[in-house]
Design a protein around this ligand. Structure first.
Ligand SMILES: [Zn+2]
Ligand SMILES: [Zn+2]
Length: 245
């Protein structure tokens, strides 16, 4: 399983970059976790859009779904030009039905709800979900590869120890780190670098990727702060960063 960071900004994209979007590939299975602003443009640095299997969405804030409409349109074009016969699959939660209803565009994109009780198989990958505490309903996503490697992406959340069993012993944890260690992130529904690292440490994960980064301060400070609280490998998200699992 290979991860490529497509977008890592919180709120809005930096110049020529993107907000939350993570591309995961294993064999013929190609999924995009979240589809933020700028994601469709930047994803094409890595793949032909007609080959994308599915998009999986943590929640319906703009910085996570801004490009889902144009991703649907790409499939309309690609199916009409017979570049693919496969509708795009889009998976989202059903806690906000008006938002969920926007995800499908038959016959080019099929929308499905995921649940916390039934693991979701997408090609060779298996996804499972756990609710987070955020300003809107949001779900962390766990992706298990065919050979048992595990990646967890928190989506947006406050520090919440109820996530620990879900992230426990994962090979890579992608967390949001929207604020610096000495700030108070929880009123905004987010985490600090310190909280992200504590989650990783207490969840005994192997490696931590800090993402959903803020438009203030120096991101290298987020990294140095996190390293004080987490013993494993700690990385800062960047456009086009590849991690092999
Ligand atoms: Zn966000
Ligand atoms: Zn959000």
């Amino acid at each position: 399983m290979k991860l490529t960071v497509i977008g890592f900004w919180g709120a809005y994209p930096g110049a020529n970059e993107a907000t939350s979007a993570y591309f995961i590939e294993e064999e013929e299975t190609r999924i995009l976790l979240d589809c933020g602003s700028g994601a469709v443009a930047r994803l094409q640095n890595h793949i032909d859009l007609s080959t994308l299997t599915a998009a999986v969405l943590t929640h319906y804030h703009h910085d996570h779904i801004a490009d889902i409409g144009v991703l649907q349109y790409s499939r309309v074009v690609d199916m009409n030009l017979q570049r693919t016969a496969e509708p795009l699959k889009i998976y989202g939660h059903g806690d906000d039905q008006p938002a969920f209803q926007q995800l499908g565009k038959k016959p080019f994109a099929d929308a499905f709800t995921y649940s916390t009780t039934e693991p979701l198989g997408i090609g060779s990958l298996t996804c499972s979900f756990h609710p987070t505490v955020h300003g809107a309903p949001c779900y962390a996503v766990k992706v298990r590869s065919r050979n048992g490697k595990v990646l967890v992406y928190t989506g947006d959340t406050i520090y919440d120890e109820k996530l620990l069993p879900f992230i426990s012993n994962s090979d890579l944890l992608i967390t949001e780190a929207s604020f610096y260690a000495d700030q108070d992130a929880s009123p905004y529904g987010h985490m600090t670098s310190r909280e992200a690292a504590l989650l990783a440490q207490r969840g005994n994960v192997r490696a931590l990727l800090l993402s959903h980064l803020p438009h203030f301060g120096d991101h290298r400070q987020l990294l140095s702060e996190a390293k004080r609280y987490f013993d494993g490998e700690t990385m800062l998200a960047a456009s086009d960063l590849h991690i092999d699992l």
